[in-house]
Each structure stands twice: as structure tokens, then as C-alpha cells.
Design a protein around this ligand. Sequence first.
Ligand SMILES: Cc1ncc(COP(=O)(O)O)c(C=O)c1O
Length: 476
Amino acid sequence: MIGMGLKDGLLSESLAHDRRVAEAKRLVLEAMAEHQSRLVGVKPADERLKASYEQAIQKFNRLRGGALYYPYLGSGFGKGALVELADGSVKYDFITGIGVHCWGHGHPEMVAAALEAALSGTIMQGNLQQDVRSAALVQTLVEAAQEGGSRLEHCVLTTSGAMANENALKILMQKRWPASRVLAFEGCFAGRTLALSQITDKPGYRVGLPTTVAVDYVPFFDAQRPGESTQRALAALRRHVERYPGAHAAMCFELVQGEGGYHVGDRAFFVALMEELRTRRVPIMIDEVQTFGRTTRLFAFQHFGLGPYVDVVTIGKLSQVCATLFTDEMTPQPGLISQTFTGGTAGIQAARVIVEGLLRRGYFGPQGKIAQLHGHFAGRLQAIGERHPGVLSGPFGLGAMVAFTPFDGTPETAKRVAQALFEAGVIGFTAGAHPARVRFLIPVGAVTTEDIDAVCAIVEKTLVEMKGQGGPSGWC
Ligand SMILES: Cc1ncc(COP(=O)(O)O)c(C=O)c1O
């Protein structure tokens, strides 16, 4: 039974081991693999489906009250890094729902997890009634988080990265009451709730919203000027805490800025800030909603060796279900943190398969699968830049977060390149603004070096064609 030391002999166990269930699972996986064998590479839309697909997209845009970023409607079928759209086209999914589908599409382990979850009797799990899967996942996450010397002891599950961050903020503010200000990095992204849109450093995302939380920004690490940027950040931090003595409930850290443009931080930089925060008794919150499972360790704070400093950590995306982890000192008062849903049962089941898979199958470490995939992808992108000067700079990022700056790096150019790649069969996304980048969140549990080579061939062809049209100055 799912790792909680519970005894066998339960009806749930006898159902799970019923030979008809095992046979049904085997048949589903066999059928899936058979159909997947016909999915072999990028494919254009089926002419017969084009018109109805376009209509379906228009209708969806209307119903949701705004246009989709891409004309993307998945058919619900895929294989590894390849995904089939409802117009019959097949594309490389190198953004994976912005970091969610880390095992790719139609992975047998994910299908099996969903089938097992289907036997659980309920679609959703919640705070009042959770089953053994939730308890097992929480145990796995806390044990993994303690490696590397963190004092994290508790973990509450939730439905989104934003809710994990909201819960973190509430925990920190309650603990530090009446401190109500927050420190954060310039260019950070924390989510889009009323509170988090104040922290997210993107004025466009808070147009028309009331000011709910006062935020003081500190400049992020600059890899070109490590020492200088550390001094600049420390000076800003000191200015803020001295201007508002005792008023800061926490500083939020994003160790690799995701939406902000794949800027990678640095241990010495973080340690300098964290030591200062400790001296001034300001708690440290790490937002790992995008970085979780993507560096050389399960948690990016472990990659950067920051375990002893962390008070509260949030995770999301790749973990399928989101979570807020915290030290014993940070334990909130009863009633502060609760929700009807903590997550879908299938997501919770899959989360444990993913986390255990990442931890036990050689993904981490300086030579682990993630580092190797990064090296391969980054090497191919760099070679494109060398073969075709001016089409891209970079690559940037860390581990399973990879990006490049296309052409002049304006947001319009990055968007145009992302859209052109989509048309050509590669789904990426943009990040950052000055410069803006095209980024990829690769499906680490499914992607192969052959997939990366195929994607890079499309990237190269697309960029060369766009250069042939005169580059950004020729497009307007
Ligand atoms: C660092 C970070 N924090 C928080 C969030 C918000 O997560 P969600 O979109 O699941 O609410 C994101 C989403 O992109 C993120 O990248």
C-alpha cells in the first residue's frame, strides 16, 4: 500500500490487484502504444479538418472572452515530445503546458497513474477528505526537501502555483504580523492573484487592480557583473529594510527567473542576500513553481546549496499538484490554510511517479540526464548562432529551462519567432522583455536527443527563412 505503512487486506487493495483490472490496464497500454506507433514526426494540418478547426478556435476564443496565444487545440493524443492537434497536425511540444507535461504526451507511466487514480473512487482530493495518495506524496516531498540541510518539515498541497504562493504569503504574514511589506526581485513572476499581481514585476498584469501588498524590489543577479550586481542588490535590500524597519514579512526568491527571461542566479549572490535577511530577521521564501525538478537537484535551492536558509518553498507545474513547504517555526494557526480541492486524484498519483522517477533514475547531478539534455540542446542552439550570425544569441537558462534571444530581442520579434516556430511544428513560448527570449520547457521524462536535433533543425530553418525576409526591419 502506497508507502504509508498501512496494512494490506483493504478492499482498495483487492480491487487494485484484481486480475481483470491488471488485464484492462495492459490492454489500454497496448492499444495506446499501437496507435502511438503511427505518430512519427511533425506533420501539417489535414486539409479536410482545417476549416472546422479554424471555426472551433474562433468559437473557443469567443466563449473564453479572448484569443488564445496559439491556435492550439490538442486532440488529446501524443507520444513523448510529439503532440497531435485537433486539425490533424503534429508538433514538437517543447513548452509542455508551460512546464507541466514533463513526461511528455501519452507516457505509459502517466496513463497507468491515471488508470490507477480512476480506481480511487473520486476524481478530486480535498483538505477535508484526502486519500493515502496525498499523504504519501506529502511524505515524499518533505523527505526529498530535507536533503541538503533544509529545515522544511511540513507540506500542504494545493491546486495552482498561485495558490501555493498565496498560502506561503499568508503563512509568512501571519508569522510576522503586523509586517505587511514584501521584498522581491525586479523582473520576477509570482502569479496573478490580487496579491501576487503586486509582486509579479509586470505593470501590465496589474492594470485596474487595487494595491493589495506593498512590494520593494531588489535588482537580480547580473552574470556579466557578478560582484557589482551583488553589491547593488545588497545596497537596495538595506535601503528598503532601513526605510521600513520591521515591516517586511518576507523576501521572495526566484532562483532562476522564468517568465522574467531565464536569468540564472548565483550561490554567492543569494547567500549574501540571505545572510543579510537573516541578520535582519526577514524570512526567506523560495518560489520554485517553475524550477522544481528542472535543475541538477529536485529543488533548485538544493542545486544552489541554500537548504539551511529556506523558511518556505513553493512548487508547481512539473509536480502536477502544487505545494507549499515550510519549517516548523512557520506553522500557521488553524484555519489559515485550507481549500476544497487540493488537486485531482490522477495528478496526485502522477506527481509521486514523477518525483520518484526523477529521484531514482539518474536525472540529477552534474552529469545527470537533465544536465546532459541541457548540454545537447544548448550546444545545438549555439551552433545555429555560429552558423548564422545575428539570428540568435545565447543559449540561456539552466537544466530543463532553455532559451535564446532571437534577432534584436524585442518582445515583438520574440513573439513573431515563437509564432513562426509554432507554424513550423515546434511549440515554445516567450519570456522576458529586455531582451525578450524564446524559451523551452522540455519534457525531461520523454524527450530524446533525436527530438532535440529535429527541433533544432526546425529552429534553424525558421530563423534562416526569417533572416532571408530581412529580419525584424524587413517584417514591418
Ligand atoms: C515562478 C512562478 N511562480 C508562480 C507561478 C504561478 O503558477 P500558476 O500559473 O500555476 O498559478 C508561475 C507560473 O508561471 C511561475 O513561473
